[in-house]
Design a protein around this ligand. Structure first.
Ligand code: SAH
Length: 361
């Protein structure tokens, strides 16, 4: 007896993995006019339907053909958490079974989504849940921008996504091609249509990629994860720093600012007893003096597998005060979604480690 074939739908390609041109080609092959491609992409990218069947201006026969030939989305939602501050976090299962996360954060006048770019991460930052299991693969462009679309569909009818931060799992600039293809769709007028100034890409600091990003000539915001004011300490916290060095990153940031006119922000995760001392704040201020920079202090989010913690509040305040006194614009990042697994990569990590414990050898 042969094994039962997998259900046909599991083998179907996700529709947004097809470029507009190949969608037109497919439409031609089933006897449909090319203009349907535009309609279909509009439904998928700009509107909030969740099935082909709801695409009411398409002929019924085409809707059935779409259903038979494509998956509606490149992933499914495996888990949906909602925090008491209405932060929503999704755990997504990709077609090959890999997991990533995305988050929706609400403030009075903003709805910001945070998206992932890789399955896992190779950078190895010692406080981060995403890197604990290494990197498995890059996300495709559709897997990146569909995170925004799926969160958009979860909003109330009167809500809109106002900002995107590429600060989820992975190192975005290590997946440059998919990242920029995804940003193209998110900013295009006939795509999601968000202004590039509303999008922030956060990087561990890969100098050549920062320059390539600047050369796109767009107005994206760049955030660089520094976490330490000198190379010795940074290499302990961000191991990839060993082969890069802070001076190179600062020079690339300067080039980015020259080329785009955008202010660079520097992220600094505060780790109690590690990088949170007054002399670290002084050294950081000296490093950034005279540059158009903004420092974002981030008290570490707890990761259950790690013993590192955030400093106590007065300590954080003292670090902030030193920067401000030295004339460095700085803020402390507000914590969102504190009562769900909010740390970057924590949801995926919980799932993966639970699976390890239950998988027979
Ligand atoms: N690889 C990129 C983007 C992903 S991480 C980068 O390094 O910037 C996005 C931000 O979240 C980074 O500044 C990262 O250092 C921070 N981060 C990761 N784990 C964290 C944790 N446990 N607590 C607080 N911030 C964390």
């Amino acid at each position: 007896m042969t094994a039962e074939p997998a259900p046909a739908t599991r083998m179907l390609p996700a529709i947004l993995e097809s470029s507009p041109d190949s969608l037109i080609e497919w439409l031609n092959s089933v006897g449909q006019p090319a203009f349907r491609a535009k309609q279909i992409r509009q439904w998928l990218i700009q509107r909030r339907v969740t099935s082909f069947d709801s695409m009411s201006d398409l002929p019924a026969a085409l809707r059935i053909l779409l259903q038979q030939n494509f998956r509606f989305c490149s992933f499914e939602i495996l888990n949906h958490q909602i925090a008491s501050d209405r932060t929503e976090k999704l755990l997504l299962k990709l077609q090959d079974g890999e997991l990533v996360e995305c988050v929706l954060m609400r403030e009075t006048d903003r709805r910001t989504v945070c998206i992932s770019t890789q399955v896992g991460c190779a950078m190895g930052c010692v406080f981060c849940a995403s890197g604990l299991l290494g990197v498995r693969r890059n996300l495709t462009a559709a897997e990146i921008f569909e995170q925004v679309l799926v969160l958009h569909r979860l909003l109330q009818p009167d809500e809109k996504i106002t900002n995107i931060v590429v600060m989820g799992i992975g190192e975005p600039l290590a997946n440059f091609r998919s990242l920029t293809a995804a940003l193209d769709v998110l900013t295009a007028d006939d795509g999601f249509g968000l202004g590039s100034r509303r999008i922030t890409v956060s990087t561990v600091g890969l100098p050549e990629k920062i320059r390539e990003f600047a050369r796109l000539g767009a107005q994206y915001n760049l955030a660089i994860s520094l976490h330490a004011p000198n190379d010795d300490l940074r290499t302990q916290i961000v191991p990839v720093n060993r082969s890069i060095g802070i001076a190179e990153i600062v020079a690339a940031a300067e080039d980015f600012h020259q080329q785009t006119g955008r202010r660079v922000s520097w992220e600094y995760v505060l780790l109690a007893g590690v990088n949170d001392q007054p002399q670290h704040a002084e050294e950081l201020a000296a490093l950034l003096q005279g540059r158009t920079a903004h420092v974002n202090l981030i008290p570490m989010n707890g990761v259950s597998e790690l013993t590192l913690t955030a400093p106590r509040e007065p300590h954080t305040q003292k670090f902030l005060d030193i920067l401000l006194r030295r004339g460095i614009p700085a803020t402390v990042r507000k914590r969102k979604g504190a009562d769900i697994d909010a740390a970057c990569g924590q949801l995926r990590l919980n799932r993966e480690t639970a699976a390890d414990q239950t998988t027979p050898e």
